[in-house]
Design a protein around this ligand. Structure first.
Ligand SMILES: *Cc1c(COP(=O)(O)O)cnc(C)c1O
Length: 359
């Protein structure tokens, strides 16, 4: 398959102050779009000016949440190279999501090719400031005009892009997390392992309650025993217990994060002891009481590494590493962002260069 390119005749003014970008509300000049129907499969692939799209109010996705999405970033190095981080992993994961939500699969190589063309076209939109980046959102929606609760006959796939500010304006600040013992996010056999909007809709109430109590996110426990650690907000979570880095195994209820996978590879590469297994929250409490809870942090594309400074479980408030970032969290942050922004060598072959800007 090929795609066409229609360039905008009215380019927008690009933001000039990277410190005021925020997240997710400014969009670049172009987007990618293609359609799927039963007769033609994927077709009409194109890069076109960023615009609103007509959608029937009866479109399937609006009623039954048949939609999946991805999130990745483009980075600009000090030399002006614009590059992506493991983009094929995102499209592969999207196919896992499509399978679970009964949506048509995409061609991973074709989507990487289209994404590179889109990023190259809007390359000037990739912020120059270290820490700021171009956030990329591929997503797919069911568009059949039909209120029947069944899988759709029509789909649209998009890639839109948004320049975003540095996640940490004032350095890597540890966050306060609240262990959720009432609401649950996912259960085995459900959709916790795929990136679909419904998971987010289901998690907003807990997020709201956590914020009311002065916490930035919740740590989810398993839905049956309310014991086993899952994820924190929309990030995977890792604990340093003694000299071991422990993270919940991929049991079907947690999202297989690309940052999680990469962080594990960095840790193993550097010789740390790493275990993926079921982790009981009581074991974390026990480790805390014995002085063995050294560090805790979330991993995800947005923040890369988000150190946890305070963890509240029932009446117990656990302060971790003096509410400062610990050495393993810092090492992971420096290594991963170093590779992404081209400050250090990439021994893993994760970075995919797109183009070079001369500025
Ligand atoms: C996207 C996401 C993550 C993190 O995945 P990355 O690929 O590392 O960005 C973790 N948990 C949930 C629920 C997510 O949606």
């Amino acid at each position: 398959m090929e795609f066409t390119v229609e360039k905008t005749k009215t380019p927008k003014a690009r933001p000039t102050d990277d410190s005021k970008l925020g997240f997710g509300h400014i969009f670049t000049d172009h987007m990618f779009m293609m359609d799927w129907d039963q007769e033609n499969g994927w077709h009409d692939a194109k890069i076109l000016p960023f615009q609103d799209v007509p959608l029937s109010p009866a479109a399937n996705c609006l009623h039954y949440s048949q939609e999946v999405f991805e999130g990745l970033k483009a980075y600009r190095t000090a030399d002006g190279v614009v590059q992506l981080f493991r983009p094929e992993e995102n499209f592969k994961r999207m196919n896992t999501s499509c399978d679970r939500i009964c949506m048509p699969k995409i061609d991973v190589d074709f989507c990487v090719k289209a994404l590179k063309a889109l990023v190259e076209l809007d390359a000037e939109w990739v912020p120059k400031t270290y820490g700021a980046s171009l956030y990329i959102r591929p997503f797919m929606i069911a568009t059949e005009r039909n209120l029947g609760a069944h899988t759709s006959t029509d789909y649209k796939f998009f890639i839109i892009m948004s320049p975003s500010g540095a996640y940490y304006e004032g350095g890597l600040a540890p966050v306060k997390i609240y262990v959720e013992t009432n609401f649950v996010r996912a259960v085995r056999g459900g959709t916790g392992h795929v990136k679909t909007g419904g998971n987010y809709a289901a998690s907003m109430k807990a997020q709201e309650v956590a914020e009311e109590q002065g916490y930035s996110q919740v740590l989810w426990l398993d839905a049956i025993h309310h014991r086993y650690v899952g994820e924190v907000g929309a990030m995977n979570v890792m604990f340093v217990l003694g000299d071991e880095v422990v993270t919940p195994e991929l049991d079907g209820t947690i999202l297989p994060g690309i940052t999680r996978k990469s962080a594990l590879e960095v840790l193993r590469h550097k010789g740390y002891k790493v275990t993926e297994r079921q982790l009981d929250i009581e074991e974390v409490v026990e480790a805390y009481k014995n002085g063995q809870l050294k560090e805790a942090f979330g991993t995800g594309t947005a923040a890369v590494i988000s150190p946890i400074g305070e963890l509240k479980y029932k009446d117990l408030v656990m302060r971790i590493h003096d509410e400062k970032i610990g050495p393993i969290s810092q090492m992971l942050y420096d290594t991963m962002t170093g590779i992404q922004w081209g400050k250090i060598e990439d021994p893993f072959g994760w970075v995919v260069p797109v183009c070079k800007l001369d500025d």
